[in-house]
Design a protein around this ligand. Structure first.
Ligand code: PA5
Length: 471
């Protein structure tokens, strides 16, 4: 299939469709056009610098891609399982890409039908999960990809300790060949280990934060190991970058999207953003989006230090499954939500529905149709139900789910997020709110450093919990 652009359709966001009370007046978009132009120009001017290093990933990785493909080929030849150890931005991308671009039951396929080793992405420290992983892999035939930009993340480094200990015991000499590290070039603890142990390694480039890192070795290694066309992903990202070059809000999809979401959240009180793919393959793209949107835009201070509390709450919802669990709220609950449908034009399989049950007309009418038709009809039905209830929705159409369109989609959301940061005048690339919980948990665990001791003292000043509130 030739590379086709994905499309953003915002008809169901607009007052033309929903009326002035419920939809966005196009005049409001026009009124923000200058603001939008400035946002686009600011991002364009800062490309490739500071925390905008990710904008250049589609263009500056040819050498890295060569190395990724070579290492991936070696891993495919030598190992039966590939385990990613990472969390947040170091895990959600690899999970989303594998689900989108490989067989939906990839790990269960026989080896001959798989594009590479079985893939596991371990993004939690639930002890039962680690125990369960160790039940299904053999360390002797497993390669572990430890991914952490900071090299300081407790979850990932604790997993490293467990796995390296296991490898030393089970594999012995040469255990280091079972570990590939993906981390910062010079900062953090993992790079020290790369140097002392001689692990194979990949660099997370400067200016590429966790949640913007899928299209660098963080995501590309696991994808290449599992046979995904990583060059096509990068090509897709470049196509979307090109589509976002205009500073005219009506000609740049990411800019229009940011403008609309800014109007929704700042002017209409629409503070919940529901991401609803109509494809199982895209279900974890919704998780990836949720992190990108939440961690980038949920901020309490502007870049100039003014107190604010901004950020839409992203929610994951799967079509059609969640029509039967969440849609009631979306059509009749508070007017605080916007729904983004991810539509797939051509699914990679067709499931025909056979004729039958002729005596029951309500069932028989399904015969001769296909699940492809049913899922499209249900998406149209949901869009209509929202419209009738005066609720906003929009649709991003993927001609097909493939490496190119997924590259486009991720880049589209990343660019939209960068523009939103400009609109809201916040730092979309930091995450100070996450730091507090990290500090507190290290303090609880008894980390000896002074800052954690201080945190322990501070935590002791919390009001005492009362028994009467515990039933
Ligand atoms: O987006 C982010 O920056 C975070 O979600 C990080 O990816 C996450 O906290 C893991 O950090 P690190 O890669 O440093 O281990």
């Amino acid at each position: 299939m030739e590379d086709k652009l994905i499309r953003l359709d915002v008809n169901h966001m607009m007052a033309d469709m929903l009326g002035l009370q419920c939809g966005v007046n196009p005049a409001e978009v026009d009124a923000l056009a200058v603001f939008a132009k400035r946002a686009q120009e600011n991002v364009a001017a800062k490309r490739g610098t500071g925390m905008l290093g990710w904008t250049e990933l589609p263009y500056n990785q040819e050498e890295v891609v060569e190395k990724l493909l070579n290492v991936a080929a070696h891993v495919r030849e030598k190992f039966d399982a590939f385990v990613v150890l990472g969390i947040g931005g170091s895990a959600l991308g690899p999970i989303a890409i594998q689900q989108a671009l490989n067989h939906l039951h990839y790990n269960e396929l026989p080896k001959a039908k798989r594009n590479g080793p079985r893939l596991y992405v371990e993004d939690n420290v639930d002890p039962e999960r680690m125990a369960a992983l160790l039940d299904v892999i053999d360390p002797k035939t497993t390669c572990f990809n430890v991914i952490t930009k900071s090299g300081a993340t407790a979850e990932t480094m604790s997993q490293y300790l467990i796995v390296s200990d296991l490898l030393k015991r089970e594999v012995g000499e040469g255990w280091q060949e079972h570990i590939i590290a993906t981390t910062d070039e010079s900062r953090g603890n993992l790079i020290k280990l790369v140097k002392s142990e001689g692990f194979e390694s990949f660099v997370i480039p400067n200016g590429v934060g966790g949640r913007f890192s899928e299209m660098c070795p963080v995501g590309l290694l696991a994808a290449a190991v599992c046979g995904i066309d990583i060059r096509a992903m990068l090509r897709g990202a470049a196509m979307m970058d090109e589509a976002c070059k205009s500073s005219d809000v009506w000609k740049n999809p990411a800019l229009l999207e940011a403008t609309l979401q800014y109007i929704c959240s700042e002017e209409m009180g629409v503070n919940v953003h529901v991401m609803m793919p109509y494809a199982d393959s895209l279900r974890y793209i919704a998780d990836w989006f949720c992190q990108l949107w939440a961690e980038s835009l949920g901020k309490n201070v502007t870049r100039k230090g003014m107190a604010v509390n901004v950020g839409q709450t992203p929610v994951k919802s799967l079509g059609v499954t969640d029509q039967h669990s969440q849609l009631q709220l979306y059509t009749e609950g508070p007017y605080d939500k916007v729904v983004t449908f991810l539509k797939v034009e051509n699914y990679r399989a067709e499931t025909k529905i056979p004729h039958g049950c002729e005596e029951i007309p309500d069932v028989a009418f399904l015969g001769g149709k296909s699940h492809n038709q049913l899922i499209q009809a249900e998406r149209v039905g949901t869009e209509y139900a929202l419209y009738r209830a005066g609720r906003m929705s929009q649709t991003i159409t993927l001609p097909e789910v493939n490496a190119n369109t997924i590259g486009q989609l991720l880049y589209f959301f990343e660019m939209t997020t960068a523009y939103m940061g400009e609109f809201l005048d916040i730092d979309a690339f930091n995450q100070p709110g996450v730091e507090e919980s990290k500090l507190a948990s290290f303090a609880v665990l008894g980390h000896p450093a002074e800052k954690f001791a201080k945190k322990r003292d501070e935590m002791a000043t919390q009001p005492k919990e009362k028994d009467k509130y515990i039933l």
